[in-house]
Design a protein. Structure first.
Length: 297
């Protein structure tokens, strides 16, 4: 009996080992699955978002939003009115929300212009720009360009330093030295005026008078005459009308700047009012002596 008991006791540990082996065999597939799943998980374990890749060939384009339709102002007003009626009749919070949404939608809508209304377009022609005066010799805008010896001198009537207007006709029967200069109290013009002043007695002895013309006003002439004691009249041609008639108003260039002004010129007019001699582009130095030489003829 003892031998049997010992044999049965010896067999029990073998049975236990077999049972434990079976349990371990059952657990192995589960452990393998967990390890495979751990390998497939993304590196960022803190994120719980799972992204599934779509199978190839089954990608779908995103659905397009339905086009917005323009509602007429009447439809917008009607929808807002229906919402307001629902809120007033006490249909509950749902109807109130509908009214508010209808009102908000009405504020976002816009009016469409009536296609039958045609906007008037200004079709009047633009005003034409005035043409620039041509400095071409003999051109229609410059009759004085051809003014030469033997032609009648153009008549004028201009304000002067004498306190009255001076005309050419009032000196008929005398010889007139009519000189045009650019500007009062400038170096060249001052030298020219002082030369005529210093030789005025000799000029008057030839039965001649001196008249100076520039674009300056009467006040500028008065100051210029008083400063240098000029006793002969200075005439003001502010609109350059007389200067154009005598052909001395021209386009000039100085230090790369273009402007219009008087070109220094002197006319000797005889007793009958005809041009006796013309000095264009005058050089100031010695000009008074040059004029006196012509009067001696």
């Amino acid at each position: 009996m003892k031998s049997k008991a010992k044999g049965s006791a010896r067999k029990k540990p073998a049975a236990k080992k077999t049972a434990s082996r079976k349990k371990a065999a059952r657990r192995r597939p589960a452990a393998k699955k967990r390890a495979a799943a751990a390998k497939k998980k993304p590196a960022n374990r803190g994120s719980a978002l799972k992204i599934k890749a779509a199978p190839a060939g089954k990608l779908k384009a995103p659905a397009k939003a339905p086009p917005r339709t323009q509602k007429a102002p009447e439809a917008a007003a009607a929808s807002s009115a229906r919402g307001a009626r629902g809120a007033a009749s006490g249909k509950g919070m749902g109807s109130g929300r509908t009214a508010r949404s209808g009102a908000e939608q009405a504020t976002l809508e816009f009016e469409v212009a009536d296609p039958t209304i045609v906007e008037k377009v200004h079709t009047d022609p633009l005003p034409t720009m005035p043409k620039r005066r041509s400095s071409k010799v003999g051109g229609p805008d410059w009759p004085g360009e051809n003014l030469t010896v033997g032609m009648p001198a153009p008549e004028f009537n201009l304000p002067s330093t004498l306190g009255r207007k001076v005309s050419l006709s009032e000196f008929r029967g005398k010889r007139v030295i009519l000189y045009f200069y650019p500007k009062d109290d400038t170096p060249g013009c001052t030298q020219e005026a002082c030369a005529f002043r210093d030789n005025l007695s000799r000029i008057e002895a030839k039965d001649a008078v001196v008249l100076g013309i520039s674009l300056d006003d009467e006040l500028s002439h008065q100051r210029f005459a008083q400063k240098y004691n000029l006793t002969f009249p200075l005439l003001s041609d502010m609109d350059a009308a007389v200067s154009r008639q005598y052909g001395v108003y021209k386009e000039k260039n100085l230090y790369g700047r273009s402007f219009w002004g008087i070109e220094r010129t002197t006319f000797a007019i005889d007793r009958d009012g005809k041009v006796e001699n013309v000095f264009r582009r005058v050089k100031v130095e010695g000009h008074a002596d040059e004029v006196l030489a012509t009067l001696a003829v």
